[in-house]
Write a protein that binds this ligand. Structure first.
Ligand SMILES: [Zn+2]
Length: 335
């Protein structure tokens, strides 16, 4: 059984206040788009809004009326949740899914006096599916309310967007991310919060994949790079290629973020722009070892390998040539 409480939601306080006000005064629109970065709690907010809109008590969600209990045990007959099919390579919401939804909402609600629909990753509908949804939303009965969740609003058709109220959620503060991590007893919450870019989802991913360890490894690598021998470079390439592609991809992402910070560390650019603000002093020391063009060249190699990682190229060869090119770039360009 899953519980839903407004007080469990981190951040976006003003938006939450407005949403609750709309629910309590029965002004919640028939179609809403919840927009914002991945991993900031949009789905949880949507579900809490849905259970509240279906709740029969005044203090919504009460958590004990028949409707709330049905929702919490995932058995509410008037709640419909839709998400893209599980195909990892090409996830999408198919028109058949939207047609099934269309049939569903043409029926009278069973338990409550309205029906709630949540569509997650709604930008993954193709335009046929979006047009079908548009017709569904405009259904004359008006007994259904739709919440479309998206982290890429621009991929929704203009006609669909203009039919919905748009609520845009902000990144979470470091404090909120720290609090979110601590409720799950995750170590190093402070450090992870700094580099998670305002996304609790990203923070959990970093914690799960040993993100801090990978970052440390990247930093060590950059520190030693200009002194590395050919043997060192081959050794590094070899140890990296024993890991999974996903691990290497994470490594590259941290590498890109460190390079990007390295590029701005001796400028006046606001510290809010740093990915690794906590490393600023270390990066400042490192900066003098690399010319601008060496940093740019490494960034280019990183972007290139990221692109090639999506191809079927041999991972070991790819990693090996990547490290060799990095070494060559830094040796020929740094003084
Ligand atoms: Zn209730």
């Amino acid at each position: 059984m899953t519980e839903f409480n407004w007080s469990d939601i981190l951040g976006n306080e003003e938006k939450i206040r407005q949403i609750r006000e709309m629910i309590n005064s029965q002004q919640f629109p028939n179609a809403v788009i919840f927009s914002g970065l991945e991993g900031i709690g949009k789905k949880k907010i949507a579900e809490t809004a849905a259970i509240s809109l279906l709740c029969e008590s005044d203090d919504k969600p009460c958590g004990h009326c028949p409707s709330c209990r049905a929702f919490m045990t995932a058995s509410h007959p008037d709640y419909y949740y839709m998400e893209p099919g599980r195909s990892k390579a090409n996830p999408m919401i198919k028109i058949d899914q939207v047609r099934a939804l269309q049939r569903e909402v043409s029926l009278m609600p069973v338990m409550s006096n309205l029906r709630m629909v949540i569509i997650d990753d709604s930008e993954l509908m193709n335009s046929a599916a979006q047009n079908c949804l548009l017709k569904t939303i405009e259904e004359p009965s008006g007994l259904s309310k739709f919440i479309l969740i998206t982290s890429n609003r621009s991929r929704l058709l203009m006609t669909l967007r203009s039919r919905c109220m748009i609520i845009n959620f902000e990144r979470l503060s470091e404090d909120n991310i720290k609090r979110g991590l601590e409720t799950k007893n995750i170590d190093n919450a402070t450090e992870i919060a700094v580099i998670s870019n305002g996304s609790l989802g990203q923070a959990f991913k970093l914690a799960e994949n040993d993100g801090l360890k990978i970052r440390e490894d990247v930093l060590n690598f950059v520190e030693l790079l200009s002194k590395m021998t050919i043997e060192d470079i081959f050794g590094k390439g070899q140890s990296m290629s024993t890991q999974t592609k996903e691990n290497f991809r994470d490594w590259i992402i941290h590498f890109q973020k460190i390079l990007r910070d390295l590029l701005i560390v001796n400028t006046d650019i606001d510290k809010g722009y740093y990915y690794n603000r906590d490393l600023r002093n270390k990066l400042l020391k490192l900066r003098s070892r690399f010319s601008d063009s060496a940093v740019f060249a490494m960034m280019q190699e990183a972007a290139e390998i990221q692109r090639r990682l999506n191809s079927n190229a041999n991972l070991e060869l790819l990693i090996e040539s990547f490290f060799i090119k990095l070494r060559r770039n830094t040796q020929s360009m740094s003084s």
